[in-house]
Design a protein around this ligand. Structure first.
Ligand SMILES: [Zn+2]
Length: 258
């Protein structure tokens, strides 16, 4: 089967760069694409304070939800309070890995409570900095979260009681097969990335998925293959040695490997 793609937008919050978010929204609307959008419930990360506080922020999130965008819980405050790597060993910093279970539960519950108060429903988890551990999963198990948007694999799979949609790319690049999520950060996206996204969508928009429930139907019972597990393990070891390896390099190796 030919490759298919998912667009993920990270770091939506009340102080996001509204001009850039508007631009990417217009591009996706033009091609009728519903992305996963990772919303920070209560941002305390100074790097995410770009525009003045937007009083209409939650109206915007509700409008995204109403038009079929998939709202994901993006941690709680997006504060980097750990130096520990987690299940996805991408970064030795984040908000969750190795923090006490009770603290993790509290953050997740508070984040979901803000969503509920604002009328936002979610079943998707996007960890800040890809940083979460088995205790995070334990905490998430007691919530509405069923889907983890993260990990390095060729296609989605079911594991540890969750449906995992891997996130392997930082921008959309044509692939031969498999399911590829590309994680964009609209707050810091540059002119060239906007142009590359438009160029990709002008020829591949038919392969970009908007309906996640169809994915669960297709892959809901799939387990990771041995090859995928081996690759992930090799990646884990490699990541520990090479702190600055980029996501793009990792995935180009994954493409050769699978
Ligand atoms: Zn983030």
């Amino acid at each position: 089967m030919e490759a298919r793609y998912i667009v993920r937008l990270d770091d939506a919050c009340a102080t996001m760069d509204r001009k850039k978010w508007k631009r990417i929204e217009e591009i996706l609307d033009h091609y009728s694409i519903s992305p996963i959008v990772a919303v920070i419930p209560s941002n305390q990360d100074p790097q995410m304070r770009i525009d003045p506080e937007d009083e209409l922020f939650w109206d915007r999130v509700r409008a995204w939800q109403a038009k079929g965008w998939h709202i994901a819980l993006h941690g709680f405050e997006h504060r980097y309070v750990t130096q520990s790597r987690g299940i996805i060993p991408m970064n030795a910093y984040g908000e969750f890995s190795s923090r006490p279970l009770e603290e993790q539960k509290e953050k997740i519950l508070q984040g979901l409570a803000i969503f509920a108060k604002e009328g936002i429903e979610t079943k998707i988890w996007v960890a800040p900095a890809h940083n979460f551990d088995h205790q995070t999963l334990e905490a998430l198990r007691e919530s509405s979260i069923q889907i983890i948007s993260d990990g390095i694999a060729h296609e989605p799979y079911h594991e540890r009681g969750f449906f995992w949609i891997p996130c392997q790319l930082s921008s959309l690049i044509p692939q031969k097969s498999g399911l590829w999520s590309a994680c964009y950060h609209p707050n810091t996206i540059g002119e060239k990335e906007f142009e590359d996204l438009e160029r990709f969508l002008s020829s591949h928009s038919h392969s970009v998925l908007s309906d996640l429930s169809s994915l669960e139907g297709l892959y809901g019972h799939r387990k990771r293959t041995l090859k995928e597990r081996f690759y992930f393990y090799a990646y884990f070891l490699n990541r520990r040695r090479q702190q600055n390896q980029t996501l793009q390099k990792i995935t180009s190796r994954l493409r050769r490997f699978l």
